[in-house]
Ligand binder design. Structure first.
Ligand SMILES: [Zn+2]
Ligand SMILES: [Zn+2]
Length: 329
């Protein structure tokens, strides 16, 4: 094996140092097609937003709010806004069509409290999954100087991503939407307009869990209210006409069923991936990995040690770092 440090762009054999330093500019041709591609490569899909001034209005101040990760992808933004609208619709129907006209105040208070708590947790999980850097690798650091500064020993190699010119750590994959390499990338989810990776998988799992719970809860309340209305012959059970109430309820039942099943399956898949310490991409590629206990795998996603904070989207987990970027050959 070559004794000098090597760089490998893909799964093929190692490449030479000179090749890394000659990767920029990538497109030297002046053809319009290639020019367009160069522009796309140079334009940033990920921008850092400054929320600090906005949050200071509410008395909250934190330095991390100055550089908030945001993916500028139209499809993802539309899907994320659509998710908020669906939650808003469910909230409106549950509060103003169902619970406000229930005969028992205790029933309304109890279900209203539970539904709103889980809705708040679902929205918070969604926002944190969306605005958290999923574990992006610094872009363009695979230069000759950058690699030299790692001080590689004989027989050690690093992998280079040919698309974002970054030194690729173990288990990192390139996302074509974010145009970045993401540590422990599971998949890019348009519903949260972000990649699901090492830093935000906890929030994504919680998002699927809480959406599944509010879907089942809304389904239960909608069906029982429908039965209640029919038994009362639609008298005093709603502030609207029976057809309008029926339409609102049918849409809520449809939404609850659809998203309850979808997020339930997603939650199960995610938990199985977390327990087996295997990302979605690794499962597809059937990559062999060192076996780790389920408990340790869970802690590497939800934080260390186990506590009630595992279920809170407001607490940032402490990670067991996976910084490996060297490969021995
Ligand atoms: Zn990359
Ligand atoms: Zn992505």
């Amino acid at each position: 094996m070559d004794e000098s440090p090597n760089f490998d762009g893909a799964a093929q054999g190692p490449r030479e140092l000179e090749e890394v330093s000659s990767t920029r500019p990538i497109y030297k041709s002046s053809s319009p097609y290639k020019k367009k591609k160069t522009d796309k490569l140079n334009s940033e899909t990920v921008v850092y937003l400054d929320f600090s001034k906005f949050c200071r209005l509410f008395g909250y101040h934190h330095t991390s709010l100055r550089h908030v990760w945001f993916v500028k992808d139209v499809c993802g933004i539309v899907c994320a806004v659509f998710t908020w609208l669906l939650i808003l619709y469910a909230e409106f129907v549950v509060m103003f069509v169902l619970l406000i006209h229930e005969s028992s105040n205790i029933y309304s208070l109890f279900h209203g409290l539970i539904f709103n708590c889980f809705t708040m947790l679902a929205v918070a999980s969604h926002l944190r999954a969306m605005f958290t850097d999923p574990g992006a690798v610094p872009k363009g650091n695979a230069t000759a100087e950058g690699i030299k500064s790692l001080g590689l020993k004989k027989g050690e190699v690093v992998y280079k991503c040919p698309k974002c010119i970054s030194i690729k750590p173990d288990r990192a994959h390139h996302c074509s939407v974010c145009q970045r390499c993401i540590r422990k990338m599971d998949h890019h989810c348009p519903w949260v307009n972000n990649c699901v990776g090492e830093n935000n998988q906890k929030y994504f799992v919680l998002f699927t869990l809480y959406i599944c719970l509010i879907s089942i809860h809304a389904l239960y309340m909608a069906i029982s209210h429908f039965i209640f209305c029919v038994s009362k012959d639609w008298k005093g059970c709603s502030g609207m006409s029976p057809p309008a109430t029926t339409i609102f309820l049918i849409f809520l039942i449809f939404e609850g069923m659809l998203f309850g099943i979808f997020t339930g399956i997603m939650f199960g898949t995610q938990m199985s991936a977390v327990c087996s310490d295997e990302t979605g991409i690794e499962q597809l590629k059937k990559e062999e990995r060192e076996a780790r206990s389920r408990w340790l795998s869970m802690k590497s996603v939800f934080g260390h040690p186990f506590s009630i904070h595992w279920f809170s989207p407001f607490s940032t987990p402490r990670f067991l770092s996976s910084d490996k970027i060297y490969y021995s050959v």
